[in-house]
Design a protein around this ligand. Sequence first.
Ligand code: FEO
Length: 393
Amino acid sequence: MKDIIISESIKYIGVDDKEVNIFENQYTVPKGMSYNSYLVLDEKNVVIDTVEEKKGKEWLENLDCILDGKTIDYLIISHMEPDHSANILKLIERFPNIKLIGNTKTFSMLPQFYDIKDLNDKKIVVNEGDEISIGKHILKFFMAPMVHWPEVMVTYEKTEKVLFTADAFGRFGSLDSIDTKEEWASEARRYYFNICGKYGYQVQELLKKVSNLDINIICSLHGSILKDDLQFYINLYDKWSKYEPEEDGVFIAYASIHGNTEKVAKKLKSILEEKGEKVEISDLSNNIMSESVANAFKYGKIILASSSYNMGVFTPMEQFLNLLKGKNFQKRIIGIVENGTWAPSAANTIKTMLNQMKDINIIDPVVTVKTTLNEESREKLEQLAINILNINS
Ligand code: FEO
């Protein structure tokens, strides 16, 4: 088991999955995934969340190793999603007298997933602000609906000032795969926008609730245990959940069938860079889509460059825009470049899709390329670069 030090009486008992390639059957995770779980030792011993199903045996071994024959009195169920709840039955089997702590919504979902005998005798329903004392430690509960499911709640341990945040402040990657704050931000941004991005308002509500707490440590259910400079992480969450851009610069996302649109996108990148702008570029057909989604939120100015296809827009761009819409994408400045050999149609479809999003400012000119750049389209590309640089985001 990993020797993760939280405190003398709060222990890490989670597991890494370094073999997993796709999380939740859709997000590529080149650095694997961690399923965090915690044990609070006191007069009453408390487990905070279980782990993903296939890692149950390893997790129970971690628990046994620290318990050394002691029992578990409570399981806090912060979130019912199976990556955290899958081993509830195993825990009950091992500790038949255990009580399950959740809220009303937790216990309405629980029977849909697991057949728990005598659930009414086992459950302890908590509401906003309720506290449970387990000895020296006091656990206080805050509801966090839709961060990321309706039943999510976070737990604040008052004595050691530890906030257990469920999915919030989570990231992709196994526990030891990330070292620096910048690496954390990269995988946490990708995790946040793809998994919780739609629920910025609800994340803001949670941040307000915990803003008056004195917090020493943040323990998420995925990735790093955060101990130092907590304001760095909280500030990022504040910015992300307000849908505010994080960095100056331009993000170019392109979808190219045979490479001609790619050449135009790269030409635009070099024009912008020659003018001193920071540019990040993504090939929507070949790069990790969830990373492109995260980059669209990272920057305030985006260029969408796409081939036309089926009288609309090339499939990877359509998929990208549908994902952005689903994540509540908003408050951005957008430039559009379309390509079409005989009947360019990408720009109209892109505009129609962007019109379904809030506070999107499309910058003139929309550049139409007929297969390859000519004098007219090259001039328009230059003009688009100038206009997008001159507008304030
Ligand atoms: Fe990590 Fe929403 O579950």
